[in-house]
Design a protein around this ligand. Structure first.
Ligand SMILES: [Zn+2]
Length: 230
């Protein structure tokens, strides 16, 4: 039951839509109905040679790859990832993960997947942020699919500068050998879904995937990102 105190707090500090900033109605969570229905979802989960698969093709062996939504810095929906990452909006991460999870389950993309492995942050960065955004989104997918999240297999062993101002070559160099499988027993022989938050050039994701393939003794590898930058 919602207490009178909670109602008062809501009246004084109403929750607002993370995308447009309008006050949310009582039944709305994180995004208003209008923004929710307009999320630039890509619906490529069943499409071979989709833009993410094309981007990663030839660089690592994987079964399939997909993304939830398109992302451009100027698009108002960029605020979703910004809010999860920099405003510590963990609930939004779970919420988006659950939306993504429903689409993945519906499309059959998760068929045969045994575990979801979120791309790890360096411990120092995770402490700064309070949590790993990819792990939180993975938890949302897990809530819907019942596929467990394994975040104890891989570690990010080097603290790297932000990738945002780097070109493709610099990005690849910046993220070479930054991951290490520290416990292969938990992923050995398993069909893994590697989850990233935003894929731009794919450099970080490829580096993590290479490490898992070399050191993890896994079954198969699938890749998913919440956002695909264009
Ligand atoms: Zn809105």
């Amino acid at each position: 039951m919602v207490s009178i105190f909670t109602r008062w707090i809501e009246l004084l500090f109403p929750e607002t839509c993370v995308v447009c900033g309008n006050t949310l109605r009582y039944s709305e969570k994180q995004l208003c109905t209008h923004c929710l229905s307009d999320i630039p979802q890509v619906y490529i989960h069943n499409k071979n040679h989709n833009p993410l698969e094309t981007l990663l093709w030839g660089q690592i062996p994987f079964v399939s790859a997909t993304s939830f939504m398109l992302y451009t810095k100027k698009n108002k929906y960029a605020s979703i990832l910004h809010s999860i990452k920099y405003k510590k909006n963990k609930d939004l991460g779970i919420f988006i993960g659950e939306m993504f999870g429903k689409e993945l389950v519906k499309s059959g993309f998760l068929h045969n997947v045994d575990a979801i492995v979120p791309i790890p942050l360096h411990k120092k960065r995770e402490q700064e942020r309070g949590f790993n955004q990819s792990a939180v989104i993975a938890q949302g997918i897990s809530n819907i699919s019942q596929i467990p999240v394994i975040d104890t297999a891989v570690m990010r062993i080097r603290y790297t500068e932000s990738q945002t101002k780097k070109n493709k070559e610099e990005r690849l160099r910046n993220v070479a050998n930054i991951f290490e499988v520290t416990n292969y027993h938990v992923i050995q022989n398993k069909n893994i879904l590697l989850l990233d938050d935003v894929i731009t050039t794919g450099a970080t994701c490829i580096s993590c995937a290479e490490t898992i393939l070399e050191q993890g003794f896994i079954g198969t590898l699938r890749i998913a990102s919440v956002a695909l930058a264009t």
